[in-house]
Design a protein around this ligand. Structure first.
Ligand code: HEC
Ligand code: HEC
Length: 339
């Protein structure tokens, strides 16, 4: 039931008319209905959702002013049609600089407590500073961004309306956070059937895949379980014999965390290829085959990752189930498109 709210935001964002309304009227837009089957939607203090902040955040998200040479925006590596990931193995920043990691999809971030593949940041608003400063991404600085924003009349007006202030570091990251918090994906066929109890039928193949995914034979759901298909833990799924990207160890310095990465959500996984932290797997068939083989003998490989002995039919069933997690209303929602 989140869609009407997002549409409401769109209408207001496009006209900017809400900003002229009284505070009481503004508040009527703050009612956020938590999607069925999800924990309660929350926005931290200072990041309360309103249409004008959403509009400002969206404008910032798609603005190349955030990069040193005005060449790329957040949207250059986070495409809506790919659930806000890109389709590259690793992302390309200013001057064609190649990053080391595969871009992450952006949705349901309001319910997350750790960000990036190694969980290096625990606040959505702060996670914005990382791409702005990263030499492989926007290679800029927040002070440089603020100077540009405060010289621009459209931004001066928007920041005044949204925060009653000029563009400050805090307001800028909060506006981006508001936009990203509204990227809610909760309307796949799986959601409609199981969380919204709508009269939707899965095919027999999808249903068999569902049982495999949640059953003991694969144990997929032991990591990719819950409303967002991730337990939000750091695990090693045994892709390699050695890990050049040490993953969670980069943050904790513990050998016991080497090769562990945040378990990704599998929502919209049909459109987020290539897969894994380094984009090293191209297709879902290949991902399933890798799990079927049980992974490498890397010392931190999770004990859950064992040879599965799946038949070809079972592998196809599992893939068919994963495709039911695609939320086309999210991928096509006009509220999330650049102006
Ligand atoms: C050059 C490409 C690039 C640009 C530009 C970029 N990102 Fe990203 N983004 C990535 C990559 C790659 C990752 C994964 C990084 C990692 O795990 O270390 C990521 C991860 C994220 C995450 C973490 C998601 C999660 O599930 O934990 C957020 C949030 C995010 N980006 C938001 C933004 C915002 C906001 C901007 C603009 C200010 C932006 N990104 C600009 C490539 C990019
Ligand atoms: C022990 C925990 C664990 C189990 C069990 C597990 N996974 Fe994963 N899965 C992960 C981790 C961790 C990653 C991310 C690894 C990385 O980034 O290198 C991942 C990544 C994936 C990806 C790639 C997603 C993306 O966007 O890159 C898919 C698809 C996937 N798993 C499907 C499955 C399926 C299907 C099963 C059951 C056969 C399964 N997983 C079982 C932990 C697990």
């Amino acid at each position: 039931m989140q869609i009407p709210i997002v549409l409401l935001c769109l209408i207001c964002a496009l006209t900017y008319s809400c900003s002229k309304d009284s505070d009481n009227n503004k508040e009527s837009f703050l009612i956020i209905q938590t999607p069925e089957g999800f924990p309660e939607f929350k926005a931290p203090s200072g990041e309360e959702i309103n249409p004008i902040r959403f509009a400002l955040g969206k404008k910032l998200f798609f603005d190349t002013r955030l990069s040193i040479d005005n060449s790329i925006s957040c949207g250059s590596c986070h495409f809506q049609s790919n659930a806000f990931t890109d389709s590259r193995v690793s992302s390309v920043g200013v001057d064609g600089a190649l990053g080391q990691r595969n871009s992450q999809p952006l949705f349901n971030l309001a319910w997350r407590t750790r960000f990036f593949r190694d969980g290096g940041v625990d606040d959505l608003a702060l996670s914005v500073l990382n791409p702005i400063n990263n030499p492989h991404e926007m290679r800029f600085s927040i002070s440089g961004v603020l100077k540009r924003l405060n010289e621009n009349q459209a931004y001066q007006t928007l920041f005044r309306q949204a925060f009653n202030d000029t563009a400050t570091a805090q307001n800028t990251i909060r506006a981006l956070s508001v936009f990203q918090r509204m990227l809610i994906s909760a309307n796949s066929r799986y959601d409609q059937k199981y969380l919204q109890n709508k009269p939707i039928n899965l095919t027999e193949q999808e249903q068999r895949g569902y049982e495999l995914f949640f059953g003991n034979k694969t144990r997929c759901a032991s990591c990719h379980g819950g409303f967002n298909f991730s337990n939000e833990e750091f695990r090693c799924n045994g892709l390699f014999e050695s890990y050049p990207d040490s993953g969670r160890q980069r943050i904790t310095f513990l050998v016991a965390d080497r090769g562990k990465f945040l378990v990704p959500s599998l929502r919209n996984v049909a459109v987020t290829a290539p897969y894994m932290h380094d984009g090293s797997i191209e297709t879902l068939e290949e991902v399933i085959e890798r799990y079927n083989q049980g992974g490498t003998s890397f010392f931190n490989k999770d004990p859950q990752i064992q040879p599965l002995g799946l038949s070809n039919e079972e592998k196809a069933d599992l893939k068919a189930f994963l495709l039911t997690l695609t939320d086309s209303s999210f991928l096509n929602n006009p509220a999330f498109q650049a102006y």
